[in-house]
Write a protein that binds this ligand. Structure first.
Ligand code: GAP
Length: 502
């Protein structure tokens, strides 16, 4: 993760928000390359799920909506996380991401250590030794296996266990409070009144904007069951512990689809179909299939309205974590809005000649999390020969050409030869009309290749003396294999079209 964060800052992908004021926890800014990568991910998603499908329509709803929407959806009363405070360090933890394990010395249990999800075993053992040192039992044997095997979520800790627990950032035991519910929605006030009637919320998901507009889209008469509504947009959550770079932030973007189906449809089969479609899409933007797994939520942990939820997990640098949630939400949301708004959410199904409130399958994906997955999959350090044939280390981002921020770099072999520069500039201008390409004339050609490798530009195009003196062909270099071949301009354009837009 450190390498990825370092590269993102150095090359202008991602910066901490408000960095000149020391940063602002949970918020990030996307620099010139980051915004390109981000836009390319969103465009690929929109193209594949909206433009290239006949059964899905697009939507862009407002971020701040009528507060009754959040009452109906259950967010006002229920959208919270269990929070634990440390009275000593003043740090806050999500209780469902905090674990505790027994400290056993010479076979006797003497207390507990708490640690956040993803903490490595060596750090947990170090904390347990701190408990041992406090007890003045430096010579006692610590049961290290129990620390690894016997861990429990802090939501389940009893008052007695809490009193004996050393918190992750505390120097003594009994500093962690009992978990309490912490509301995740950001509040704001709309209009000149300062009383409670002005309270509104920044949306914590884009989904409710879809449910709130479902009737409008049905009434335009273009859709018939089954059909989907897709939306890309910002969402805001006052996360207790934003962390792991852009993985969990307080302002992020979602790409969500609500896919409406008949109540009697085979939702299990459709759920499976959606899971496969989503996996295929992740692979199409360059994530390795072997790094994607499925986490089926156990029935007893499902929300009361959910029939099934499976998360697509990705192997992030900080472990295997949720990337894409694919939930079967029954008719819960539409029925809630029907009750609260008094407007019918029924649809007339021509095929079955019946009226009903449809059920829904919801594939919900974070843009920022996808971007982190893409960065993780692309980051690579390898060795390649330099201009002199010596093997050199390089950092290379192996982005798929479909989403790479810069698609190709155009280089005149020498910058002081106007005849090379002229041809290179003309080609650059031509390609620039279709794609985000880069022109670089300065420095040794090997160094120019390395600079592009580090930002993941898939193709290098060099204009040399053969171009101007012989057949007009250019050298096309592949970022990953470093192989070079000569192509005509027509072949080059056909190749780029296939690789980038195909
Ligand atoms: N409408 C359903 C919904 O919002 P979710 O599991 O809370 O479900 C869906 O969020 C997706 O949004 C997640 O799988 C993740 O990709 C992304 N996401 C959620 N919270 C996030 C956060 N704090 N920071 C970045 N991405 C987040």
């Amino acid at each position: 993760m450190e390498d990825i964060v370092g590269l993102c800052k150095r090359r202008g992908f991602i910066f901490a928000s408000s960095e000149i004021y020391g940063g602002y926890n949970g918020f990030y800014d996307y620099g010139p390359l980051g915004v390109e990568l981000r836009n390319n991910i969103k465009q690929a998603w929109w193209r594949d799920f909206v433009h290239r499908r006949d059964d899905i329509e697009g939507l862009d709803s407002s971020i701040i909506m009528h507060p009754k929407i959040w009452k109906a959806s259950g967010h006002v009363d229920g959208f919270s996380d269990p929070l634990v405070d440390c009275k000593e360090s003043k740090k806050r933890y999500r209780a469902d991401q905090l674990f505790f394990a027994p400290v056993i010395l010479d076979g006797e249990q003497v207390g507990y250590v708490a640690f956040v999800e993803g903490t490595d075993s060596a750090s947990i053992i170090k904390r347990a030794k701190k408990v041992r040192d406090h007890l003045d039992k430096k010579q006692a044997t610590l049961d290290e296996a129990a620390l690894g095997n016997d861990r429990t979520e802090f939501t389940e800790a009893t008052a007695e266990q809490r009193a004996q627990t050393l918190g992750p950032d505390a120097s003594k035991v009994d500093t962690l409070t009992a978990p309490r519910e912490f509301k995740l929605m950001f509040e704001t006030k709309v209009g000149p009144l300062a009383d409670d009637s002005a309270v509104a919320y920044l949306r914590p998901e884009t989904a409710q904007g879809i449910f709130a507009n479902y009737k409008n889209i049905v009434d335009t008469g273009r859709v018939k069951i089954p059909f989907g509504i897709a939306q890309i947009g910002k969402a805001f959550r006052n996360e207790i512990t934003p962390r792991n770079f852009i993985f969990r932030s307080r302002e992020f973007e979602q790409m969500e689809i609500e896919y409406f189906i008949a109540p009697e449809a085979d939702w299990q089969a459709l759920h499976r179909e959606w899971l496969d479609t989503c996996i295929d899409w992740l692979v199409s933007i360059g994530l390795p299939r072997e790094d994607i797994t499925e986490d089926v939520h156990p029935t007893e942990k499902l929300a009361f309205y959910s029939q099934a939820t499976t998360d697509l997990m990705f192997h992030f640098p900080h472990g295997e974590q949720e990337l894409w949630g694919i939930a079967c939400r029954s008719d819960y949301d539409l029925k809630q809005h029907q009750t609260h708004s008094g407007k019918s959410m029924e649809i007339f199904d021509e095929a079955s000649k019946s009226k009903y409130v449809p059920h829904v399958i919801e594939p919900s994906l974070g843009v920022d999390r996808t971007l982190l997955a893409v960065l993780t999959a692309a980051y690579c350090e390898d060795e390649v020969p330099n201009d002199k044939g010596q093997v050199e280390k390089r950092t290379v981002m192996k982005f798929s050409p479909k989403i790479a921020p810069v698609k190709a770099a155009i280089f005149p072999l020498l910058k002081n030869k106007p005849e090379l520069v002229d041809v290179a500039e003309k080609l650059y201008k031509k390609l620039q009309r279709r794609w985000n390409v880069f022109y670089d004339a300065s420095g040794a050609i090997g160094r120019r290749y390395r600079r592009q490798d580090e930002i993941g530009t898939p193709f290098g195009i060099t204009i040399d003396f053969d171009t101007i003196e012989k057949d007009g062909t250019v050298t096309l270099r592949d970022r990953d294999t470093c192989e070079q071949r000569r192509v005509t301009e027509a072949e080059l354009i056909e190749f780029l079209e296939e690789q980038i837009d195909g």
